[in-house]
Design a protein around this ligand. Structure first.
Ligand SMILES: [Fe+2]
Length: 1095
């Protein structure tokens, strides 16, 4: 495919255009020595030819006469006999999982290095091979491509014959380069796998990398893994040279990045600010007040006057990312990761404008031309004069988000009310007629919310999305082939013509003709078949994203969300199961206001002191705590900024950031004594106003304490039951913030990134640990880039829809500084530190996340033990002597996660579990299992349940808009004094997210909870692994993972597992815990464990 010409100079790459790919003398990367080349003689045989290798490949190639080239072609095309003289003709193929576009698969040259003879072939052009074959077909919907796997049913393949010296026996590496066009334009190709076939053996070279004409020669090693010391001597220099290319020179680390660059280095999170007033966010990282892991360096330079604020990328361009970290074509074409930056802003712009929500500024994120298009369409499509409802009318109104398609999904949507059936006459007003639905944007006549867009508006966004997600390289490499609406429109027109031609006869899979000269750039680059895939796939319709199926927390169990038993169950098996701790000290010991009288009535005859003392002595805990007091950290700063905003005439955020704690009791079945349910018994809440004299309570509270809402005090009266339920909702909102910022973004997305950067820089792709771990980092840098652009940035979705607002990421940083340790991320350690397991490491109670998670942990550990033993057969000493491994580990600590130790917040021992190098095989296994667990099981557990739990505002509202009422204040009176039923529900809903915040959250979590079509889950092979014994270990792992799935199914079917199955009798159907079952089809499935953090 063609790319815009670049101004790269060869010296900026250690494999520059003129950097002939020869072995160095060991005197330095560029200190070439004389080597011997086989060259084709005039008699058509290869003879030894000596040359000095400080000349370039081009120069050597030029010396090959035209006659010689013809002879080579002769051998290739007509070589019916396998060997002719000193030449043996091998078969060769290159497979790519990227689409066949433009010049794809052409102007590639390869050189083969023989590992035994230490010689290399002359450059051989693949242009003499058979033409590339396009492989796009029905199978492509399930194909995996790019990044991690060699198996794919989409993309292209090219085969041909390869004349090699007859004594070549063991090709150890293949050098590949892509030539620029005759016009000098840059060009790229994705090389998946190279295969060389001799008379008796097949050699696989798992490349999985983009090769640009900017790169010069690239090396791809045969799939055998080697520790550094075991590297075949003939490949050592190439191994070193490839690492140096990825490391760059010290000067390269801070140079501005160009699209084809492959240099990995570290940078702070100084890219979260947005333009305009109020858009500054302090950089995270390299600051004792704001410690944070590093991200990949993009080096756009600092904004003048604000050194910790990186310049934004040029308008219309995405931030730089190495090609090899970008989404594959299939992933990018999916309604998935890239939609964060494409579909959501566009869709929300429409919705916000149509709803007259001036505080939403998504439109500003669009390129100017697109913004103009959007505005024109808005005027044409939407004619609403009334602002939308600021609140949900009642609970039924919340449920009206779902099941617009009532025929198929509406059966479970009977109204859910604040009070359970049978509350009797006290429920005055229950079910009373309430206001008819007011006309409002996005509401149907029947009162259902319907955010789906008019077909004209949807088509405009769909085309924008298609142009925005054409995949790796295409957009970032060219600075955007889709610079604006006009380009998109042109492309669409061009596509329509091509599509008509297709309809006239040619099957889509056969469309492989290169684009017409002079065709519009976008269609030219994409090719009609690919564009057709992007625009015609019904799953790529923006309206698909804006349709909300019933979340599983409601499906078949519409009344479950308010049950206290379900509230406790979700602490063990919900979207955030990693926060709960066993209570082993009295609440006053950590500053809480919870006292025995708040909970005594709930404890089935025990006392608070007694249960705490028993747990502290090692008995089974019966009291559990979730403590989110950390959320109070920015009250002061938030108040100051709100005041500053008011003075500047800006509207401060209407969200209220509470801090809080929730105390749970593990209730016993009175008859059997068995565990029956985990129920919340006291909720402690505070907000910035709680500690002021005007708080409505009798005395000011210390900063560590809040108002206590005791279950036993509140549930007895239908009047105050709403207060208890509101306290639960407010606390769940805090839980939702900590979930998103800490359990999800901090612990997986942010902390994983430096491990990959260090791995790319320090451990060769030949290294067995690299091969083992690369799948665990697939797409992580891309999804993190998208998150920084649209989710966690100033004005991004998190700030807009979570109570922490502009302080969200500062809170994330504060919690990282206070609580994060790598050592504590290992699941068994995490559970032990939270007191959730007994002395043998077994969970005290039915804790599905822990029980299933320990199964995943055990499978990972057994796999890594077997694998590590294969390569470090010499024992611990081999680990100690592995220079690449130790350099990786050291760099993770020093460059990737430096702040905690460098600023003295923690010791190296505390953060990493041990000091210095990795000294033992067992330590290595533990380190690798911890990383793999975070990237796979932990992330899956906190990511793929988001839609089905947090999609329901009633179950988890990201936003709290009013302070929790205190006894005696007017708000308390308003809530408890309202007529029961819908009127009281209306008051209740003024505290939680409004419909327009809710729809943003719903659309976002629907995206985040979806598996892409090219997902790579733990039950699938790691195709980087080639060695037979290692592949056997990988198969053993897959078998263990599949067995675990069947075990989980059995657990879910057992009614005695109350946290998976049981709830208060009669209230609801069971909700099995499926989040740690490895396999999953595409879509929002509430199951499936990908190897990596990729969404
Ligand atoms: Fe995620």
């Amino acid at each position: 495919m063609l790319l815009k010409s670049s101004t790269h100079s060869a010296k900026e790459h250690s494999l520059g255009r003129k950097g002939f790919p020869l072995r160095s003398s060991g005197l330095g990367a560029r200190g070439y020595k004389a080597v011997t080349f086989p060259q084709l003689s005039s008699r058509g045989i290869l003879q030894q030819r000596s040359c000095f290798t400080n000349s370039s490949t081009e120069e050597v190639a030029e010396e090959t006469t035209a006659v010689e080239k013809r002879k080579v072609v002769d051998v290739i095309m007509n070589g019916a006999h396998h060997a002719r003289g000193d030449v043996a003709v091998w078969k060769a193929s290159i497979e790519s999982s990227a689409p066949l576009l433009g010049d794809t698969g052409t102007r590639l040259e390869i050189v083969v290095i023989d590992q035994d003879t230490d010689r290399r072939s002359p450059p051989i052009s693949v242009d003499d091979w058979r033409a590339p074959v396009l492989e796009i077909g029905p199978g492509s919907s399930t194909a995996r491509s790019g990044g991690s796997s060699g198996s794919s049913s989409s993309g292209w393949k090219r085969e041909g014959r390869l004349p090699l010296p007859a004594d070549f026996r063991t090709p150890g590496a293949v050098l590949v380069r892509k030539l620029a066009t005759a016009e000098g334009d840059s060009s790229v190709d994705f090389i998946g796998t190279i295969k060389l076939v001799s008379a008796n053996k097949v050699f696989h070279f798992p490349a999985q990398s983009w090769v640009s004409s900017e790169h010069g020669w690239r090396v791809f090693f045969e799939g055998t893994a080697y520790l550094p010391a075991h590297t075949p001597p003939s490949l050592r220099d190439e191994r070193q040279r490839e690492l140096q290319a990825l490391q760059g020179t010290p000067a390269d680390r801070t140079q501005p990045r160009r699209p084809a660059d492959r240099i990995y280095w570290y940078q702070t999170y100084d890219d979260l600010s947005s333009a305009g007033e109020g858009g500054y966010r302090p950089a995270l990282g390299a600051d004792v007040r704001r410690p944070y892991p590093r991200r990949i360096a993009t080096n756009r330079g600092a904004t003048p006057g604000t050194p910790d604020r990186e310049l934004p990328p040029p308008k219309g361009e995405k931030p730089w990312l190495p090609y090899d970290e970008q989404f594959s074509f299939d992933k990018a074409a999916d309604f998935n990761g890239d939609t964060l930056t494409a579909a959501l802003p566009a869709a929300f712009s429409f919705i916000a404008e149509a709803g007259d929500q001036r505080h939403l500024t998504w439109l500003n994120l669009l390129p100017t031309a697109v913004r103009g298009l959007v505005n024109n369409l808005l005027r044409a499509v939407f004619k609403y004069a009334e602002p939308p409802a600021a609140n949900f009318d009642n609970f039924e109104d919340v449920l009206a988000f779902f099941g617009v398609d009532a025929d198929s999904r509406g059966s479970s949507m009977s109204p859910t009310h604040l009070y359970p059936a049978g509350a009797g006459a006290a429920m005055k007003g229950f079910g009373a007629a309430h206001d008819p639905h007011k006309p409002a944007p996005f509401k149907t006549a029947s009162g259902a919310w319907d955010f789906r867009l008019d077909s004209t508006a949807a088509a405009a966004i769909n085309n924008q999305i298609a142009a925005d997600r054409v995949g790796p390289v295409y957009d970032s490499a060219t600075g955007g082939p889709h610079a604006g609406a006009s380009n998109t429109a042109t492309a669409t027109t061009a596509f329509a013509a091509t599509a008509a031609a297709t309809a006239a006869g040619a099957p889509a899979a056969a469309i492989s003709a290169p684009p017409q000269p002079g065709a519009p750039s976008l269609i030219g680059r994409l090719g009609s078949a690919v564009w057709q895939r992007l625009t015609n796939d019904p799953s790529h319709d923006i309206n698909d994203l804006l349709y909300f199926p019933v979340p599983r927390v409601l499906d078949g169990r519409p009344d479950a969300w308010y049950a206290d038993e379900e509230y406790g169950r979700q602490a063990l098996a919900g979207f955030h199961p990693t926060a709960i701790t066993a209570l082993k000290q009295l609440p006053e010991a950590f500053g809480s206001a919870i006292r025995p009288h708040h909970v005594q009535a709930e404890l089935q005859g025990s006392t608070l002191e007694q249960l705490v003392a028993e747990a502290a002595a090692g008995a089974k805990p019966r009291l559990y705590l979730i403590d989110h007091w950390d959320l109070s950290a920015y009250w002061q700063e938030a108040e100051e900024e709100a005041e500053a905003a008011r003075k500047a005439g800006r509207k401060p955020s209407s969200a209220v950031q509470h801090a809080g704690r929730c105390l749970f009791y593990l209730r016993k079945d009175e008859a059997t004594g068995e565990d029956a349910a985990l129920v919340p018994i006291a909720i402690e809440l505070a907000h910035p106003g709680t500690h002021k004299a005007s708080n409505g309570t009798t005395a000011p509270l210390p900063p560590t304490a809040g108002l206590v809402y005791a279950r036993s005090d509140l549930v007895a009266s239908p009047k105050t039951l709403a207060v208890w339920r509101l306290a639960k909702a407010v606390f769940r909102s805090l839980d939702s913030s900590i979930h998103q910022l800490v359990a999800h973004f901090n612990r997986t997305h942010a902390t994983m990134e430096p491990f990959l950067i260090a791995m790319r820089r320090q451990m060769s792709v030949m290294h067995p640990i690299t091969k083992l771990m690369l799948p665990h980092f697939r797409y992580t840098l891309n999804i993190n880039r998208n998150a920084r652009a649209s989710l966690i940035n100033a004005g991004g979705i998190i700030e807009k829809t979570f109570s922490a607002g502009p302080f969200a990421m500062r809170l994330a940083s504060a919690v990282y500084g206070k609580s994060w340790t790598f050592a504590g991320q290992a699941l068994p350690v995490d559970l032990r530190e939270r007191g959730m397991v007994d002395a043998e490491g077994r969970p005290w109670l039915d804790y599905p996340f822990a029980i299933d998670g320990l199964g995943t942990w055990a499978a990972l550990t057994a796999y890594f033990e077997e694998y590590v033993a294969l390569y470090y057969a010499a024992g611990d000493a081999a680990v100690v002597e592995d220079a690449e491994l130790q350099a990786w580990w050291n760099e993770v600590k020093i460059e990737g996660h430096p702040d905690l130790v460098a600023f003295g917040l923690k010791t190296e021992q505390q953060v990493w579990g041990f000091t210095g190098p990795i000294a033992r095989r067992s330590d290595l296994v533990h380190v690798l299992a911890t990383i793999a667990w975070l990237a796979s099981g932990h992330h899956a557990a906190v990511n793929f349940g988001q839609y089905d739990f947090t999609g329901l505002v009633l179950n988890a509202s990201s936003l709290v808009r009013r302070p929790m009422p205190a006894p005696g204040d007017a708000a308390y009176q308003e809530l408890t004094g309202a007529a029961l039923g819908p009127p009281q529900e209306k008051v209740f809903m003024t505290y939680l997210a409004d419909p327009f915040s809710a729809v943003q959250v719903l659309a976002t979590v629907k995206l985040l909870s979806a598996h892409a079509r090219d997902e790579h889950t733990l039950d699938e092979a790691n195709d980087f692994i080639v060695d037979p014994a290692a592949r056997a270990a990988n198969r053993n792992f897959i078998a263990a993972v599949k067995h675990l799935e069947s075990v989980i199914e059995t657990r879910n079917a057992d009614p005695t597992n109350w946290a998976r199955y049981g709830l208060a009798a009669g209230t609801a159907a069971p909700l099995p815990y499926t989040l740690l079952m490895a396999s999953s089809p595409p879509g929002v499935t509430m199951r499936g464990v990908p190897y990596s953090v990729s969404i």
